[in-house]
Design a protein around this ligand. Structure first.
Ligand code: F6R
Length: 608
């Protein structure tokens, strides 16, 4: 949540910061601000609303200087007002701070500061940081930030500038990611590489409780205890054009279309067709332990959780391992008691989701081994797990997750297949799964080819205020994911249900204004799904079926049919969900929603 970008170098900072903010806007977008330093002068501006509003305000301003800090906000403490936007400053306007995260002891600190006569001008927790750094400053900004870090509890990624110390920025992290970028125009620090990929692919990840002093020519990293740390740069695999629209009207649509490629990326170098066994280099460090594992718990949030729910069925089919799936936000508060050799699999696109991170930390404390399925290389979850598998899906800018969901599913299949081949699966069965995985990109492009048909369905039904999504087995989680996609970007109320549960309640809602999206592949659940559809039709509910190509029975029964190519059962969700993504996208488009930045949501939920 929230986005940070800082720059210090040889170019005017204003434009670079605005450009960085626009690339980070998907992380939070209710208000924004920036400050630019020129010697001992700091010019700054904040604005409510999108970055475009901030840009409009600073365009007329004389903001010279080649260093600065900028922030796009997703409000936690205090409403999205100009006063609550970042940077936050001390009363003398010496210290300028931008902050991601939450200062948990902010009430106590604020009370103490108020007793000393400090007047607060905002409702933010961040403002205490500005006051504390100002009070702790005795000429050395890094030391002032260190001392402040020792006083605050909670999570933060901060960028700090001081009027008395031009030519340097100090940044620090605890719980919120910060990445230093090294380029030939100077140095960047951002919460996300998207802000700097245009200038550099050379980055350094700041680690927990570290701070960095950054200048135009270099940077030093030290711990909160002032111990200096050497760290070499890493190359990021993201390209500048990954963060561009490239002719698409929205990132979400672009990312839906990218799935033919991202599935190939998730498979690349990982298949051994002749042996029917995938190769997953990332899990080699825990291979012995994995072979002994008979119990796994998948933890995740939101869309990643639904990938985990599909994963449970896949593991059941391909392995002898018992798998549970838990929402990370619940799991972290459970009384945990694991059988020996338990593995926790954390699934997270961002690798920074606070609940998922807290869940794996708790599980580690209780002796479980940890595996991550993560997209963002170098993210907290990727570093805190014992081993892991990267999605290689590239940056996902649309707030609603799409391409990462399908790559998470592909990786779960690969992992289950690998373990299953050492347990119960024959060579022939392994070869078949690999062959079907390889066929996915072409089959997925056939789903994408129906975009116009899906758009026409959306045009017909987008004014319906309530929708039901039904599926069974592998596609029960797809019903939940389909409903989530529709509600988050179109604000239509939608429920995802296991079709067998329909008679236990939701059937009461069925009427001609409530469409049901039924996911109905030709599997062992087919006849039961057909019965559900009859029940809906007898109550005059419209049915949009996501069925297998050439299904004649459904053509006469459902009001609309979206066809997906035939594929083995465990892979059907990967095709069915793309139809759901397109349906949600087009409904949101007809309703004129802000598709890439839906209200109240932000990418990467780094607070509980
Ligand atoms: C929905 C969506 C969220 C995320 C959830 C977990 O479209 O994007 O539900 O899936 O916040 O995020 P990650 O996967 O980054 O842990």
């Amino acid at each position: 949540m929230c986005g940070i970008v800082c720059y210090i170098g040889n170019k005017p900072a204003k434009q670079i910061l605005l450009e960085g903010l626009k690339r980070l806007e998907y992380r939070g977008y209710d208000s924004a601000g920036l400050a630019v330093q020129d010697g001992k002068k700091i010019s700054w501006q904040r604005a409510v609303g999108k970055i475009a509003e901030l840009e409009r305000r600073v365009n007329g301003m004389d903001m010279k200087g080649t260093s600065g800090i900028a922030h796009t906000r997703w409000a936690t403490h205090g409403e999205p007002t100009e006063e609550n936007a970042h940077p936050q400053v001390d009363p003398e306007q010496n210290v300028f701070v931008i902050h991601n995260g939450i200062i948990e002891n902010y009430h106590t600190l604020k009370r103490k500061l108020e007793k000393k006569g400090v007047e607060f001008r905002s409702e933010t927790d961040t403002e205490v940081l500005a006051h504390l750094i100002a009070m702790n400053f005795e000429g050395d900004l890094s030391q002032a930030v260190r001392n402040t870090m020792l006083q605050v509890e909670g999570t933060f990624g901060i960028g700090v500038m001081h009027r008395q110390t031009p030519g340097e920025l100090v940044v620090a992290r605890r719980g919120s990611p910060l990445i230093i970028g090294v380029s030939d125009v100077g140095h960047f620090v951002a919460s996300d590489v998207a802000a700097m990929v245009r200038y550099t692919d050379q980055v350094v990840h700041l680690q927990e409780n570290e701070l960095a002093r950054v200048t135009a020519d270099g940077f030093t990293i030290s711990t909160v205890q002032a111990k200096f740390v050497e760290r070499t740069t890493e190359t990021v695999e993201w390209q500048a054009e990954d963060a561009e629209l490239n002719g698409f009207p929205h990132f979400m649509l672009k990312e839906i279309y990218e799935q033919t490629m991202t599935i190939k990326n998730a498979l690349r170098g990982r298949l051994e067709p002749g042996e029917g066994v995938p190769k997953l280099g990332g899990i080699i460090p825990v291979w012995e332990r994995l072979m002994a594992c008979r119990h796994m718990v998948i933890v995740a949030c939101g869309t990643s959780y639904f990938a985990g729910c599909v994963g449970r069925y896949i593991f059941e089919k391909l392995t002898e391992i018992d798998v549970e799936v838990e929402l990370a936000s619940e799991f972290r508060y459970r009384k945990l008691n694991f059988p020996p050799n338990t593995f926790i699999i954390a699934i997270s696109q961002s690798g920074e989701t606070a609940d998922t991170l807290a869940a794996i930390r708790e599980a580690k404390r209780k002796g479980a081994s940890l595996l991550g399925i993560v997209n963002v290389v170098g993210s907290s979850i990727s570093r805190e797990t014992d081993a892991g598998i990267y999605n290689h899906a590239g940056p996902e800018i649309g707030v609603a997750s799409t391409k990462n969901f399908t790559s998470q599913l592909v990786i779960l299949v690969l992992l289950a297949l690998l373990l299953g081949r050492h347990q119960k699966l024959s060579l022939t069965e392994g070869v078949e799964v690999i062959r079907e995985l390889e066929s996915l990109p072409v089959k997925l492009s056939k789903v994408l080819a129906q975009a116009n048909h899906i758009e026409a369905i959306a045009q017909k039904y987008h004014k319906c205020n309530n929708w039901l999504f039904l599926g069974r087995k592998y596609n029960y989680p797809i019903a939940m994911e389909g409903a989530l996609k529709l509600k988050e970007i179109s604000y239509i109320h939608a429920e995802g249900y296991a079709a067998g549960e329909m008679k236990h309640g939701p059937i009461a809602l069925i009427n001609p204004q409530m469409p049901t999206v039924a996911i109905i592949p030709e599997d062992e659940m087919y006849e039961k799904m057909i019965s559900n559809i009859h029940e809906i039709k007898s109550r005059k509910g419209p049915v949009i079926a996501i069925a297998v190509e050439g299904d004649q029975k459904l053509k006469g029964l459902a009001d609309e049919v979206i066809e997906v190519p035939r594929v083995i059962d465990i892979l059907n969700p990967i095709l069915a969900v793309v139809a759901c993504q397109l349906l949600a996208y087009y409904c949101a488009k007809f309703l004129h929603r802000d598709i890439d930045k839906p209200r109240n949501l932000a990418k990467s939920v780094t607070v509980e």
